[in-house]
Design a protein around this ligand. Structure first.
Ligand SMILES: [Zn+2]
Length: 221
């Protein structure tokens, strides 16, 4: 029996409240999961509960075969999407599926969100694209989203919301926040003119800077 990590349960429950507080979703929509890099188990929010009411013990633990390893509640209906992304992306250990306002507008219009800001280019990718439509909770939704996500850190789910991924919870919350901010900026920019999109070499330079040069280096004594 693999060890259950209660800290990860607590983190998933807390992330749901953060999503609501940051306006990234409303009601019970959306879902959050974390993968334990040690055991490979996936900790996911339960289906249909208000985020403020979700307690640590309500978090459901799944294995990669979608079997419940721990927990009494039904997992999120998008469990196939979460597990499928973890299978496809070994670099990802945290996933947020949210229903944010501005990103959803782009999804309704089946538009892409190009890299129009430094933060987006550094942590999300050169752009994010819109997956083909499928009904919520279906294997087709998971398949379409994983294909459209590719190696980027977010994807638009048409007439639905977004999916964001990261190496850990802090990273994925940042991606979700930056994607929604960029979508808002892009829509505002489209209303008053023609947005300038960053060039591929500028995006690559920013990604290199973010990965290798930004932040502090701890000196060896
Ligand atoms: Zn949803």
């Amino acid at each position: 029996m693999p060890k259950i990590n209660n800290e990860l349960k607590k983190a998933v429950a807390g992330a749901g409240v953060t999503m609501i507080q940051q306006g990234l979703t409303v009601g019970t929509w959306g879902n959050v999961s974390l993968r334990d890099p040690e055991s490979g188990l996936i900790y996911i929010s339960p289906s249909g509960l208000d985020y403020e009411d979700i307690r640590e013990e309500d978090i459901v633990v799944l294995n990669e075969e979608l079997e419940i390893v721990d927990g009494c509640l039904r997992p999120s209906i998008e469990k196939r999407l979460h597990v499928g992304v973890y299978r496809a992306r070994p670099d990802v250990n945290a996933i947020i599926h949210d229903h944010p306002l501005h990103s959803s507008v782009l999804g309704v219009n089946r538009m892409e969100l190009p890299a129009i800001s430094e933060d987006f280019a550094q942590i999300v990718g050169d752009k994010i694209i819109c997956a083909d439509y499928a009904l919520p909770g279906t294997p087709e939704l998971a398949e379409n989203a994983i294909k459209a996500l590719g190696e980027r850190n977010a994807v638009l789910l048409p007439n639905h919301g977004t999916l964001c991924v990261g190496k850990d919870l802090k990273a994925v919350l940042r991606v979700a926040h930056v994607v929604e901010k960029a979508a808002h900026i892009y829509i505002l920019a489209l209303t008053i003119g023609t947005p300038h999109v960053l060039a591929a070499e500028q995006i690559q330079a920013m990604q290199y800077f973010a990965r290798h040069l930004y932040g502090q280096v701890v000196c060896a004594e």
